[in-house]
Design a protein around this ligand. Structure first.
Ligand code: HEM
Length: 364
């Protein structure tokens, strides 16, 4: 029968390749003894995670394709948000999926744990690739681990294929999502001024100075208020408030020079009412939501592991729970989190310059 003819019907099992898929839960070839019920549950849970990691990578790569451009069209932003929000939901689902793993009793896990040898989730190259694609810096990783070097080592030991390594190299050598996001933020129109335009540097610097001025004035009010209500003396409170303004200064002007990317971010977060900035704000929020759900996933993994193996070392040789807890301190989108500390209430900042640029018709 010719392919595509009415009799060559697509079937459920054929479309999903179920025969092949359902053959894959019995461990590697020649694995003996065959997995017991608990071990099969362990395998299926891991495979389900890896399938979702595959989907996350696909979504992130699509998002990367859209944002890693010299000019990101406005109409791409809803699509970008869509990809990121799906990843957020997948991580949320995965954070709950540890619950299924927890139905494995600690002693029932010990019954087959030795069979795992030194294999560990630590070797999950999809997880590593998605971290690199997002832009997790090596300095943040425990022991400054370099995932590319680690992957090369695994490949040299035959633990990952050449194809996986080649793919990993491509992702590692491209700008990360965080890099691309930074470049896009640096192009934010600030008070109607675009990078490269005459006087842009002055406009952006004035915006930053004005914001820091507002923070300082607000800080003085806070000090006066705290002292007035008897919650501390000026000597106690002033250093803390001033430190916050100093932090904001070095964030917005690292090494004394204004960062256009951070100024753009602050601008978008400061004027949420501007129509032109509403999708950019949504996009920033989606990145934050994604990282938040990923952190909750990491944290839920650590709690599951603590419940399962207590404070034992991991099969991958790490300290186990302490290592996993340390990974919950990682932050990829450092600036997006940091800017929150320096926002001030809307009434305290001047109205935006050139409101018509942002889709605000004056007098309407
Ligand atoms: C009984 C179940 C599990 C236990 C006891 C466990 C334990 C651990 C431990 C101790 C580590 C730290 C590295 C090491 O020394 O091995 C680790 C890392 C990891 N595990 Fe699990 N795990 C379990 C299930 C899973 C499952 C179902 C997945 C899903 C794929 C998974 C994914 C990972 C990943 C991706 C890492 C690396 C984390 C990182 O370096 O940021 N684990 N696991």
């Amino acid at each position: 029968m010719a392919e595509g003819s009415p009799s060559h019907r697509m079937t459920y099992g054929g479309y999903l390749r179920l025969d092949e898929l359902l053959e894959l839960q019995d461990g590697p070839e020649g694995y003996a003894p065959a997995p017991c019920n608990d071990e099969q549950h362990f395998v299926i849970t891991h495979q389900a995670f890896e399938l979702w990691f595959k989907m996350i990578l696909r979504e992130l790569k699509e998002a990367h394709q859209l944002i890693n451009q010299e000019h990101v069209e406005e109409k791409s932003l809803p699509r970008l948000v869509h990809h990121l929000d799906r990843v957020t939901e997948i991580f949320r689902l995965l954070a709950n999926q540890w619950k299924v793993m927890e139905t494995l009793a600690p002693q029932d896990f010990l019954a087959f744990r030795d069979k795992l040898g030194t294999s560990s989730g630590f070797e999950s190259w999809q997880m590593r690739e998605l971290e690199v694609l997002l832009g997790l810096e090596n300095e943040q990783r425990m022991g400054g681990m370099d995932p590319l070097l680690h992957m090369r080592k695994l490949a040299s030991e035959g633990k990952v294929s050449d194809k996986v390594l080649a793919n990993f190299e491509v992702t590692s050598n491209a700008p990360s999502l965080n890099d691309a996001l930074g470049a896009w933020l640096a192009r934010t129109p600030v008070n109607g001024s675009l990078p490269g335009q005459d006087g842009d540097e002055e406009v952006v610097a004035a915006f930053v100075e004005s914001h820091l001025g507002v923070m300082k004035r607000h800080g003085e009010e806070v000090i006066a208020h705290i002292v007035a209500i008897g919650h501390g003396s000026e000597e106690q409170v002033r250093p803390r408030i001033e430190a916050a303004t100093e932090q904001a200064t070095s964030f917005l002007k690292p090494e004394g020079e204004v960062s256009r990317s951070r100024a753009g971010l602050l601008f978008i977060e400061s004027y949420p009412e501007l129509p032109l900035l509403s999708w950019p704000r949504r996009l920033i929020d989606s990145f934050v939501g994604l990282e938040q759900s990923m952190l909750l996933f990491r944290s839920a993994h650590a709690r599951m592991v603590e419940r399962m193996i207590g404070r034992r070392m991991g099969t991958g040789g790490s300290s186990g729970v302490d290592y996993l807890d340390a990974t919950t301190k990682y932050r990829v989108f450092v600036d997006l989190w940091a800017v929150r500390t320096m926002l001030v209430k809307r009434d305290a900042i001047p109205d935006v310059g050139h409101p018509e640029f942002y889709g605000f018709a004056i007098g309407q």
